[in-house]
Ligand binder design. Structure first.
Ligand code: VGL
Ligand code: ZN
Length: 199
Protein backbone atom coordinates (compact mmCIF):
# COMPACT_ATOMS: atom_id res chain seq x y z
CA UNK A 1 0.00 0.00 0.00
CA UNK A 2 1.91 2.92 -1.38
CA UNK A 3 0.34 5.84 0.50
CA UNK A 4 0.30 9.58 -0.09
CA UNK A 5 -0.73 11.95 2.71
CA UNK A 6 -1.88 15.40 1.60
CA UNK A 7 -1.70 17.80 4.50
CA UNK A 8 -4.22 20.63 4.84
CA UNK A 9 -4.65 21.69 1.20
CA UNK A 10 -7.36 24.13 2.25
CA UNK A 11 -8.27 27.62 1.03
CA UNK A 12 -7.31 29.35 4.28
CA UNK A 13 -3.70 28.21 3.77
CA UNK A 14 -3.62 29.41 0.15
CA UNK A 15 -2.92 32.99 -1.03
CA UNK A 16 -6.01 35.04 -0.15
CA UNK A 17 -6.85 32.79 2.81
CA UNK A 18 -6.83 33.88 6.43
CA UNK A 19 -3.62 32.01 7.28
CA UNK A 20 -2.09 32.23 3.84
CA UNK A 21 1.11 30.32 3.20
CA UNK A 22 3.18 32.01 0.48
CA UNK A 23 2.85 30.03 -2.78
CA UNK A 24 0.58 27.55 -0.97
CA UNK A 25 -1.50 27.09 -4.11
CA UNK A 26 1.54 25.88 -6.04
CA UNK A 27 1.47 22.53 -4.29
CA UNK A 28 -2.00 21.62 -5.57
CA UNK A 29 -0.81 20.65 -9.08
CA UNK A 30 2.05 18.67 -7.50
CA UNK A 31 -0.50 16.74 -5.42
CA UNK A 32 -2.61 16.06 -8.51
CA UNK A 33 0.39 14.91 -10.51
CA UNK A 34 1.52 12.45 -7.83
CA UNK A 35 -1.82 10.95 -6.76
CA UNK A 36 -2.02 8.41 -9.56
CA UNK A 37 1.32 6.90 -8.45
CA UNK A 38 -0.22 5.82 -5.14
CA UNK A 39 -2.59 3.01 -4.10
CA UNK A 40 -3.99 5.03 -1.22
CA UNK A 41 -4.42 8.80 -0.99
CA UNK A 42 -5.26 10.39 2.37
CA UNK A 43 -6.01 14.05 3.03
CA UNK A 44 -5.91 15.77 6.39
CA UNK A 45 -8.24 18.70 7.02
CA UNK A 46 -7.75 21.35 9.70
CA UNK A 47 -11.33 21.57 11.03
CA UNK A 48 -11.81 23.95 13.91
CA UNK A 49 -14.93 25.06 15.79
CA UNK A 50 -15.46 28.85 15.44
CA UNK A 51 -14.33 29.39 19.04
CA UNK A 52 -11.16 27.32 18.83
CA UNK A 53 -8.62 28.35 21.46
CA UNK A 54 -5.76 28.53 18.95
CA UNK A 55 -7.47 31.65 17.57
CA UNK A 56 -6.13 34.98 18.87
CA UNK A 57 -9.73 36.24 18.66
CA UNK A 58 -10.59 34.03 21.66
CA UNK A 59 -8.04 35.73 23.91
CA UNK A 60 -8.73 39.38 24.71
CA UNK A 61 -5.51 41.42 24.86
CA UNK A 62 -3.58 38.84 22.86
CA UNK A 63 -2.32 39.17 19.34
CA UNK A 64 -1.81 36.92 16.37
CA UNK A 65 1.61 35.28 16.55
CA UNK A 66 1.87 35.48 20.34
CA UNK A 67 2.84 32.38 22.26
CA UNK A 68 0.58 31.42 25.16
CA UNK A 69 0.22 28.50 27.53
CA UNK A 70 -2.87 26.50 26.64
CA UNK A 71 -3.60 23.80 29.23
CA UNK A 72 0.11 23.30 29.76
CA UNK A 73 1.16 23.34 26.11
CA UNK A 74 2.85 26.11 24.13
CA UNK A 75 0.33 27.54 21.70
CA UNK A 76 0.93 30.07 18.95
CA UNK A 77 -2.13 32.25 18.42
CA UNK A 78 -3.39 32.18 14.85
CA UNK A 79 -5.93 34.18 12.92
CA UNK A 80 -9.33 32.48 12.73
CA UNK A 81 -8.91 29.79 10.08
CA UNK A 82 -10.40 26.56 8.79
CA UNK A 83 -13.65 27.02 10.68
CA UNK A 84 -15.91 24.02 10.15
CA UNK A 85 -18.33 24.54 7.31
CA UNK A 86 -16.71 27.68 5.90
CA UNK A 87 -15.15 27.99 2.47
CA UNK A 88 -11.72 28.55 4.03
CA UNK A 89 -11.87 25.07 5.51
CA UNK A 90 -12.65 23.39 2.19
CA UNK A 91 -10.03 21.46 0.29
CA UNK A 92 -8.93 23.37 -2.82
CA UNK A 93 -11.38 22.64 -5.62
CA UNK A 94 -8.56 22.06 -8.13
CA UNK A 95 -7.54 18.96 -6.17
CA UNK A 96 -8.59 15.70 -7.80
CA UNK A 97 -10.84 14.86 -4.91
CA UNK A 98 -12.22 11.72 -6.52
CA UNK A 99 -8.74 10.25 -6.10
CA UNK A 100 -8.70 10.92 -2.35
CA UNK A 101 -9.71 7.76 -0.49
CA UNK A 102 -10.23 9.26 2.94
CA UNK A 103 -10.17 12.62 4.69
CA UNK A 104 -9.13 12.87 8.35
CA UNK A 105 -10.28 16.02 10.18
CA UNK A 106 -8.18 17.37 13.03
CA UNK A 107 -8.25 20.25 15.50
CA UNK A 108 -11.92 19.67 16.25
CA UNK A 109 -11.53 19.97 20.03
CA UNK A 110 -11.80 23.62 21.06
CA UNK A 111 -9.29 23.24 23.88
CA UNK A 112 -6.33 21.70 22.06
CA UNK A 113 -4.64 22.26 18.73
CA UNK A 114 -3.64 19.48 16.36
CA UNK A 115 -0.83 20.13 13.94
CA UNK A 116 -0.21 16.47 13.23
CA UNK A 117 -2.66 14.49 11.15
CA UNK A 118 -2.24 11.63 13.65
CA UNK A 119 -2.62 13.15 17.13
CA UNK A 120 -3.49 16.37 18.94
CA UNK A 121 -0.55 18.44 20.17
CA UNK A 122 -0.69 16.77 23.59
CA UNK A 123 -0.55 13.31 21.96
CA UNK A 124 -3.70 12.45 23.93
CA UNK A 125 -6.20 11.64 21.21
CA UNK A 126 -5.68 9.94 17.87
CA UNK A 127 -7.48 11.11 14.74
CA UNK A 128 -7.71 7.47 13.67
CA UNK A 129 -5.27 7.93 10.79
CA UNK A 130 -2.49 5.80 12.29
CA UNK A 131 -4.85 2.95 13.13
CA UNK A 132 -6.38 3.14 9.66
CA UNK A 133 -3.01 2.97 7.91
CA UNK A 134 -1.93 0.00 10.06
CA UNK A 135 -5.20 -1.80 9.24
CA UNK A 136 -4.49 -1.27 5.56
CA UNK A 137 -1.02 -2.76 5.97
CA UNK A 138 0.70 0.49 5.06
CA UNK A 139 4.45 0.57 5.75
CA UNK A 140 5.62 3.60 3.81
CA UNK A 141 4.01 7.03 3.64
CA UNK A 142 4.84 9.99 1.44
CA UNK A 143 3.87 13.39 2.77
CA UNK A 144 3.31 16.77 1.13
CA UNK A 145 1.22 19.86 1.80
CA UNK A 146 0.93 22.88 4.08
CA UNK A 147 2.50 24.13 6.14
CA UNK A 148 6.06 22.73 6.11
CA UNK A 149 6.92 24.19 9.50
CA UNK A 150 3.72 23.14 11.30
CA UNK A 151 1.28 20.51 10.15
CA UNK A 152 3.53 18.85 7.60
CA UNK A 153 6.40 18.65 10.07
CA UNK A 154 4.34 17.21 12.92
CA UNK A 155 2.55 14.77 10.63
CA UNK A 156 5.86 13.48 9.27
CA UNK A 157 7.42 13.23 12.75
CA UNK A 158 4.45 11.25 14.07
CA UNK A 159 4.54 8.98 11.03
CA UNK A 160 8.15 8.10 11.88
CA UNK A 161 7.23 7.55 15.54
CA UNK A 162 4.45 5.19 14.48
CA UNK A 163 6.97 3.12 12.55
CA UNK A 164 6.14 4.15 9.00
CA UNK A 165 8.97 4.71 6.57
CA UNK A 166 8.38 8.36 5.87
CA UNK A 167 9.24 10.40 2.82
CA UNK A 168 8.62 14.08 2.21
CA UNK A 169 8.21 15.64 -1.23
CA UNK A 170 9.89 18.99 -0.78
CA UNK A 171 8.50 20.62 -3.91
CA UNK A 172 5.02 19.68 -2.67
CA UNK A 173 5.39 21.70 0.52
CA UNK A 174 5.42 25.38 1.48
CA UNK A 175 5.87 26.96 4.90
CA UNK A 176 4.74 29.88 7.01
CA UNK A 177 8.24 31.05 8.13
CA UNK A 178 6.82 33.03 11.04
CA UNK A 179 10.48 33.41 12.00
CA UNK A 180 12.90 33.44 9.07
CA UNK A 181 14.51 30.02 8.68
CA UNK A 182 11.64 28.04 10.23
CA UNK A 183 11.17 25.96 7.09
CA UNK A 184 14.88 25.07 6.91
CA UNK A 185 14.91 24.15 10.58
CA UNK A 186 11.80 22.01 10.14
CA UNK A 187 13.47 20.23 7.26
CA UNK A 188 16.57 19.51 9.36
CA UNK A 189 14.46 18.32 12.27
CA UNK A 190 12.52 15.93 10.06
CA UNK A 191 15.67 14.61 8.45
CA UNK A 192 17.28 14.02 11.84
CA UNK A 193 14.20 12.07 12.94
CA UNK A 194 14.50 9.80 9.93
CA UNK A 195 12.24 11.42 7.35
CA UNK A 196 13.64 10.99 3.86
CA UNK A 197 13.44 14.32 2.06
CA UNK A 198 12.90 13.82 -1.66
CA UNK A 199 14.10 16.20 -4.40
C1 VGL B 1 -1.60 24.85 10.44
C2 VGL B 1 -1.29 26.56 11.91
C3 VGL B 1 -2.52 26.36 12.46
C4 VGL B 1 -1.05 24.02 9.31
C5 VGL B 1 -2.84 24.61 10.99
O1 VGL B 1 -1.83 23.41 8.56
O2 VGL B 1 0.19 24.00 9.16
N1 VGL B 1 -0.82 25.82 10.92
N2 VGL B 1 -3.30 25.37 11.99
ZN1 ZN C 1 -5.31 25.19 12.64
Amino acid sequence: MNTLILVDLQYDFMPGGSLAVPEGDQVVPVANELMSDFDLVIATQDWHPADHLSFASQHPNREIGELIDLAGLDQILWPDHCVQGTRGAELHSDLNQDQINRVFPKGTDRKIDSYSGFYDNGHQKSTGLGEYLKEQGVQTVTVLGLASDYCVKWTALDAVKLGFQTRLIERGCRGVNLSPGDVDRASQEMQKAGVKIIE
